[in-house]
Design a protein around this ligand. Structure first.
Ligand code: GUN
Length: 292
């Protein structure tokens, strides 16, 4: 039976570490780190994510601001706000919650963010630095997965890591990070996606499988090898009458895979809380580089 990679527990440890740093900052009569989140429209999942990020800031003693815009907001209006945040001396980092409505060019918005305040690590300058193993903000979800593996002492060197999904937020950066020379990297990486025929041919030989698909229960036990390490990034809302609403489902068929794997992340309580903790880490880093 697989052991649990407990993202909720590790994220709490990290939040305690960050809180202790903030207390020292405040003792030194410096201002608290400040994260701003921009939320556009009324996507339920995005609203929930952003509210959690604001709550996380409160938990560790950061200042936070939530800027809400209607789904009809123009690109120009958003760009104007971004420029204001870029210039603001009281803002250390900010994020624009994705996805954005269709009339807005997502890449144009991301390009407008000052890379020094891009705590999501989405700007091409930061993405390039990440790929070249230079110090920068790492995208929160891949950073969270690496930290989770690191804190559990999981060896990645020389392992075959198969990633399912090539999104700009998870799959693509994850594929780069797992192959980097620093720990926990040094894996041989296979990046699979919607045009990969017979994904199971790859996953069956993988030491580590990272799924970021949004397809509940996609990864079945027949698709993995014995003692594999399974990291589930999927988090899909599935209608559920028994709870008069929905429950969250991962990409991994947890019951069957947990019997075969050596380590596995649960959903919820695995990668999700780690992503949130890494946003705090990046914000603290942005603060330290600007205020110190
Ligand atoms: N949408 C889904 N995940 C993320 C994230 O990590 N950051 C932002 N800005 N939007 C997201």
């Amino acid at each position: 039976m697989a052991k649990i990679l407990d993202g909720l527990k590790i994220s709490k440890d990290i939040k305690h570490e960050i809180k202790a740093e903030v207390e020292k900052i405040l003792d030194n009569k410096k201002r608290a780190p400040h994260l701003v989140a921009i939320l556009v429209g009324n996507n339920g999942a995005s609203q929930a994510y952003v509210n959690s990020k604001v709550k996380d800031c409160e938990d560790v003693g950061f200042r936070s601001s939530l800027l809400k815009f209607p789904a009809t907001v123009s690109e120009a209006e958003l760009l104007e706000k971004i420029e204001e945040l870029n210039q603001s001396k009281s803002v250390d980092g900010f994020i624009v919650q994705l996805p954005l409505p269709k009339q807005i060019d997502q890449e144009k918005i991301i390009m407008a963010i000052d890379p020094r305040k891009d705590v999501d690590g989405f700007h091409p300058e930061n993405f390039g630095k990440m790929a070249l193993e230079m110090d920068t903000f790492l995208p929160a979800t891949p950073f969270g997965i690496l930290t989770l593996l690191e804190r559990y002492g999981i060896e990645t060197k020389g392992k075959h890591c198969v990633i399912i999904g090539r999104s700009r937020i998870v799959g693509k950066p994850m594929s780069i990070l797992m192959g980097r020379k620093d720990f926990p990297g040094n894996s041989t990486v296979t990046l699979t996606h919607s045009y990969t025929p017979h994904i199971e041919k790859f996953t069956q030989s993988a030491d580590i499988v990272i799924t970021a698909l949004g397809d509940p229960g996609f990864l079945k036990s027949e698709m993995i090898k014995k003692d594999a390490i399974i990291v589930d990034v999927g988090i899909t809302r599935v209608d559920d009458d028994s709870v008069k609403g929905y429950h969250l489902a991962g990409d991994v068929d947890f019951e069957s895979c947990a019997e075969k794997a050596s380590w596995i992340t649960p959903v919820p309580g695995g990668v999700g809380p780690m992503t949130r903790a890494m946003l705090l880490k990046n914000t603290l880093l942005a603060y330290k580089t600007s205020v110190y």
